[in-house]
Structure formats: C-alpha cells, structure tokens
Ligand binder design. Sequence first.
Ligand SMILES: Cc1ncc(COP(=O)(O)O)c(C=O)c1O
Length: 345
Amino acid sequence: MNFLDRNEFNFAPAPQVLEALKNFDTQKLGFYTRIYDEGKKSIFSVFLSEEYGIDEKQIMLGYGGEDLLKEAVHYFLTLPDHNRLMLVPKFSWWYYKSIADEVDGQTVQYPLYEDGDTYRYDMDTLKKMLHELNPKILLLASPNNPTGNALTPNQIENLLQEAPKTTYIVIDEAYASYVNRDNSYIKRLIDEFPNLLIVRTLSKFYGLPGLRMGFGFTGNGLGKFNRFGNKYLGYNRISEELAIAALKATDYYRDIADKINEDRKNYEREIGVLSGFKVYKSQANFILIKYPIELKEPLQNALKEQDYKIKFMNEPDINTHLRITLGRPEQNRIVIDTIKKVAGK
Ligand SMILES: Cc1ncc(COP(=O)(O)O)c(C=O)c1O
C-alpha cells in the first residue's frame, strides 16, 4: 500500500542517518545519559541550543511534536485559575481539540477564509476574539494542516503583540522547515514573548515520523512548564543520535523538498484545470484539493485499485476536499493520472 494520507515520508532517510545507526555504540544502552549531571537534558537539546542560538534551558524534547502539544495543552488548561479555553484554527489538525477534551478543556475555533487559491488566517477577527474571550491558550499552526498556508514571522509578531499577556501561545511548526530556511526568528520571538512555545518535529521535513522525536522552544516565562515536561532520566539514546544526524543532513532533505515542489506544480497544472477541481497553494509536504463530491466513491475505488491511500476530508465546510501527501515522483504521477481518469480526462 502507498500511504499518502498522513503526511509521512516516502523517500529514503539521509545516508548520514543510516551511518549514525550503523555506528551507534550499543554499550550506551546499558546506561542512562550522564549529561543530566551537567544540568542538560540530552545531547540533542545541546545540539539544538547551538544550532538555534538558544539557551539549552529553553529547549524541550518530546516523543514527537504530539507529545509536547499534549503536555502544553494539559498543563496550561489545568492551571488553578480554571480558565480552560483554547482557540484553534477552524480548519486544523483534529488532535488539538482531542487533547483539550482529555482535560475537559473548551475549544473555540477562529476563522480562516479562502482568498483565491489559498487560505488565510482572519487576523482581525482573531485579535477581536483574543480580547473578548481572553483564552488560556492561543494555538497557531504554521503551515497549517490541512489548508497548507503559513504565517510569516512578522505576522506572528504583530499578532502576539496584541494578545493578552495572560494567554499562552503555542505555535505548531511541524511543517515549518518547508517554508523557513532562516530560523533566527525563533530566538527573536521567544526573547520577546515570555509565554510562547514553538513546537517542531523530525517527522515531516526530516522524514523520521517513526523515530518519534519532537522539540520545542520556550519563552522565559515558561520555566515551570519546561521543568514539568523534562524527563529526569533522559531520552532515547538511539533517537537522539539519529536526530542529530538528520539535522546535520539538512541539504539532503532540502533537495527532497525541492523535488516535491516540482510535483506540487504538476498537481496545479494538471488537476487545477479539471472541471470542478481546485488546487490550493500549500507550503508543506501535502496539497489540498477541492473536488466534485459525486466523484468521491469512484475516486476512492480507483485509488484503492492502484493500492493508494489519500485523505478524504470529512470535517464541516471542508468535506468536499482531498488532502494528498506529496510522495515520490512516480507515486505522484499515479495519483494525478488516476484522478484525471476518474474525472474523464
Ligand atoms: C499539524 C501537525 N502537527 C504535529 C504533528 C505531529 O507529528 P509528530 O508527533 O510525529 O511530531 C502532525 C502529524 O501529522 C501534524 O500534522
């Protein structure tokens, strides 16, 4: 089966990652990390600290981005003041609401709107909602899943300057490396906003969802939360070495991102012109497409016959849409041709 439904990685890992795995000293598995004696979390948090120019104390590690997001939502929504309100984008990863539900949190959606071939955050409405509702958490996702649109660092800064000082800001940047080559804005933002958490992962751009490694950056008002999320006895010794190897191989992964960009254009050129179809601009490793709903079953059947799985969206107001992970060129070709055939072209 070809899985193009969960924004995973259909390419080979970087050779440096394979090398790191081959060369891993298994004696290390007999011991917890000793780096804790130096007051540090992991060799990976130390590496990130140097890479991003951020104090190691302001770095968090998790079992994927999902772990850090869950820790943050659970922690902030159960603080003693009983404010359990979180704002999330209207079209976004279903998991945000699910983790808030786990602690009886309340989730309110803020709008995104369609502007030509892209979605945008409705910043004016969002600012108004921040003032009127005074939420405990504002969750931003950039790029957002499934709409694929991203915020610039300046847009984020402008928005955060207007947010209530008591609101914790969580930015899910799972797909950010596809957009931002210059990461210096992260330090700038966490220095300016003490209540800010930025979450990243090795699962998307760095293609290692099976590694389960995520990392986050915290503003200096989040020391207590950072301590809450810290693992006293350390992290997975193999994962931390593979994660470092992957980050050192950014050029390899950038080439793959460039390759999938070519196929993104093929989707726009070939599917965007079909009657009743619309291909949205996406800045991540997936693409959102509106399609004629009467083709749902024929499309599902045709893709199944080819052994392909893509995501048919079900959420309100975005339920005539498909989200397709960009895979290897030959996989993308099969999906494009299958859609064209079902659409009668
Ligand atoms: C928007 C978004 N955030 C975070 C994640 C978390 O990924 P992981 O837990 O593998 O880091 C995903 C995975 O699909 C995602 O789509």
